[in-house]
Design a protein around this ligand. Structure first.
Ligand code: ZN
Ligand code: ZN
Length: 411
């Protein structure tokens, strides 16, 4: 093996060992772009070495995706294939680990009829509802990780020539995932325990309200529900096995009270949503709901996102990420939420993770609703952290504690 192959193998090993923490006899399902062939083969090799019973891959390909959007009629996008859903649910029932390789041209669908894209987003969200319960409740281990693809790299580094863009994106991904450290597995263990310290502090404080302000005009009060739980630095599946849902990860997160968000918030990074960009947008919230919005880029796309269902107009995640995170300091806008959300404080439109409230995993939809937990077919993160973001935590007793100052942890 040459140097790069060795590194790629280490990266595959990290995905299997830390990302999924694959157990003997466990099946593994992978969702991957065709350009990830070499990496997927190495994941499979490492998974079998760790005792995987079976490795199954669902391939996707940008050229084929685009051809389908250009040629297939509307009804194809309105009807998500049942066999695909059955396949995913089947593996989930068997307790499989799920790896998703997130790598796409952020502007792949730029010239496609937005109605087709909206229909596809809606039908897939609806069809995959049951399956998503397995991941959003951490019933099974799941991990989102990236590799560069040519089209994506070219958007991130438009001035780079030939293979240089891909090489640059590899370097950025390797440093963001701590693959540039001597012992990446060990580096991840240390990193996760640092995040856990913040989680413990926040859980101990049980803040009632977080008040966000920054010079771009953001002034937002976010009420947290009774019994909310902060998480971060990895998750634990239903069998008690630790795993890392996102690689990289720099966030600690909880859920807002569905009806407790008031004020205005400005985005600070572009959002790649289903092959289109939404940028420089603002949202005005009243009692949790987006009452007004505007965007310099992609306003229609933002409208389609908010129109998926009622819950899409409410927030489902509150995540804290220091402005000085390694990804943020790289000064690269990845145009891929896996990276950009880990470079910035963010929120998510739509469904909240039930694991972010005491007993949430065992609550019915009605019980979650009664506890102020937002429900939706969608969950989309968007970035709001600025270099002067201030967040003040207000306790139930009215004590005010500076949690973030000048974009970074103040605790
Ligand atoms: Zn997040
Ligand atoms: Zn999220």
């Amino acid at each position: 093996m040459n140097n790069f192959e060795e590194r790629l193998n280490e990266y595959a090993k990290l995905t299997v060992k830390v990302g999924i923490n694959l157990q003997k006899g466990q099946p593994l399902a992978i969702n991957a772009p065709t350009e990830a062939l070499e990496f997927v083969r190495l994941i499979a090799k490492n998974a079998y070495e760790a005792g995987a019973s079976e490795v199954h891959v669902n391939w996707n390909d940008e050229v084929l995706t685009k051809l389908k959007y250009e040629n297939s009629p509307m009804e194809v996008f309105e009807n998500f294939p049942k066999w695909y859903v059955d396949g995913l649910e089947d593996y989930a029932k068997k307790g499989a680990g799920f790896i998703s390789i997130s790598a796409q041209d952020p502007e792949l669908l730029k010239d496609i009829d937005p109605k087709k894209i909206a229909a596809s987003n809606k039908s897939s969200s609806l069809a995959l509802k049951e399956w998503r319960n397995y991941t959003m409740n951490d019933i099974i281990p799941w991990c989102v990780i990236s590799i560069p693809t040519k089209s994506w790299a070219k958007r991130v580094f438009p001035d780079a020539k030939g293979d240089e863009a891909v090489e640059k994106l590899w370097n950025s991904i390797f440093s963001a995932t701590r693959m540039d450290q001597k012992d990446p597995v060990k580096a991840w263990e240390n990193h996760m325990s640092n995040l856990k310290e913040k989680v413990e502090f926040l859980n101990e404080k049980e803040f009632d309200i977080l008040h966000y302000t920054s010079s771009n005009g953001t002034d937002l009060k976010v009420k947290l529900p009774e019994g909310h739980i902060w998480a971060g630095g990895g998750a634990v599946d239903s069998k008690g096995v630790n795993f890392a849902p996102n690689m990289p990860t720099e966030e600690v997160f909880t859920m807002p009270l569905k009806t407790g968000v008031n004020g205005v918030v400005y985005s600070t990074k572009p959002l790649n949503y289903g092959g289109n960009l939404i940028d420089e947008f603002k949202l005005v919230f009243k009692d949790g709901k987006v009452e007004d919005f505007d965007a310099k880029v992609g306003k229609e796309t933002l409208k389609d996102l908010l129109d998926i269902d009622e819950g899409a107009k409410y927030l489902g995640e509150v995540a804290l990420v220091p402005y000085d995170s390694p990804i943020s300091n790289s000064n690269i806008v990845f145009l891929n939420t896996l990276f950009d959300e880990n470079a910035s404080c963010h929120f998510a439109f739509g469904k909240a993770y039930p694991t972010n409230i005491k007993g949430g995993e065992n609550m019915s939809d009605e019980e979650l609703e009664a506890h102020g937990v937002n429900n939706s077919l969608t969950h989309v993160d968007f970035m709001v952290g600025a270099k002067d973001t201030s967040i003040v935590g207000i306790t139930k007793a009215g004590e005010e504690i500076q949690v973030f100052k000048d974009g970074n942890w103040a605790i």
